[in-house]
Design a protein around this ligand. Sequence first.
Ligand code: FAD
Length: 473
Amino acid sequence: MNSFITLCQQSIGEEHVLLDEFDLQPYLTEWRKRATGKAIAIVLPATTEEVSALVKLCVQFNINIVPQGGNTGLVIGSIPTRTSDVIDTIVLSLRRLNRIRSVDATNNTMIVEAGCQLHTVQDAATQHERLFPLSLASEGSCTIGGNLSTNAGGTAVLRYGNMRDLCLGLEVVTADGEIWNGLRGLRKDNTGYDLRDLYIGAEGTLGIITAAVLKLFPKPTAQFTALCAVNNIEDAVSLLHFTQNQCANKLTAFELISKFALSLVQKHFPHLSNTIPTKSPYYVLLEISEYKSESEIERMNQLEMVCEKAFENHLIQDAIIATSNEQAKTLWQLRESISEAQAKEGKNIKHDISLPISSIANFVQQTDALLQQAYPTCRLVTFGHVGDGNLHYNVSPPIGEDAQEFLAQQNQINRIVYDSVNQFNGSISAEHGIGTLKKEELVLYKSATELNLMRAIKLALDPHNIMNPGKII
Ligand SMILES: Cc1cc2nc3c(=O)[nH]c(=O)nc-3n(C[C@H](O)[C@H](O)[C@H](O)COP(=O)(O)OP(=O)(O)OC[C@H]3O[C@@H](n4cnc5c(N)ncnc54)[C@H](O)[C@@H]3O)c2cc1C
């Protein structure tokens, strides 16, 4: 082992191979502090060639590799999880591989390294009067490599797609240390199997993404935001279609929030409580982006028109339309504070699921009823990117009852929720991935054919099984 460490130090510099227990901890502790791992070392290469050299050393010494970006993943995928007595894993952090290599405003693309934080990439696009639209609450910490490896979603998928849709090409260090340069900024390239699509969403189990060509878009000239009260989820889905018919792809966000989710924000963020309506069972936060000149926009505020017509058609009961950027920010804060409000309320059982949009209302009605039958006092926190069919469908313990006792029933609760998801042809992981958290569920809900194809891909691309072992399959 000593010779392995010495060779790593010679490859990337002694100071970039962390060995001290104290230095290792932040890289070995999962974001929500649900798990910690063990590793021989944390290695921090700064170039693709250094990544390649390290992977070749790992193959030679039969050492496992956990690639890591910002360590904000939510499925316990970015830390080592093997429990054997022998510590045989390194964490390969991409944080130092963080340059914007180039911006091609004419081609509407940029080439960035995997360790660039998402907010840095957004800022670099803005400097060139372009938009990189991926938007997550973790954007101050997560990295492009992590976003690609989890095929991240967020609030702008409705208009711009998820990370897979925002990437035109990749540079990858394969599991045997070879460098594949697929950094082409092409929107059309039908030359055989799509290798890029294999590495996107692979959660570091097939190779290490070192750089990517990302798509850029025109920046909106203005954005309008409203919070609309709706009677039920059916009306929320009708409002989605209505707004899409009126505004086409100018609709850039459509988020559902239940009354109970808002009440948690009210409880734990009292400074926001003046702005929080709580009469309706559900609310929709919608955003329309305009790409016209300011004078054209002034003549016609499309969001006001949409809300007026939706009100006349009884789709919405009420609406708060933001009249300033400040007010729009506050409305978004309500949505973005839900996860933290839930964390302050205590532990809960989370489900990041997706469904055909046409089935969302029936799914919620059926699954709420099943849960309430089995656990009459449980509290359901329902919100999410409903414009993409993605719900965060979380189950909180009853007030005043033993939370640990309730959480011990996680497997039974998951079974009710995921069986229902499966019945409606949905997915048990909409945007966070599988990691180790949903590994057992994956086997229950994928067909044998799908699982065999996935195993064959893993074996072909990572024949030594050193890439993030124990994750996904
Ligand atoms: C507050 C908060 C809000 C969030 N909101 C959203 C949301 O709205 N939508 C959403 O989709 N996610 C969300 N997430 C989850 C998380 O931020 C995303 O999954 C993000 O894409 C992970 O990026 P990261 O750099 O932190 O990756 P990490 O957590 O470091 O890694 C994630 C996975 O990717 C692998 N990996 C990382 N870098 C590479 C690489 N270069 N090559 C190969 N494999 C690699 C890791 O091994 C691991 O399996 C949220 C998380 C938090 C904490």
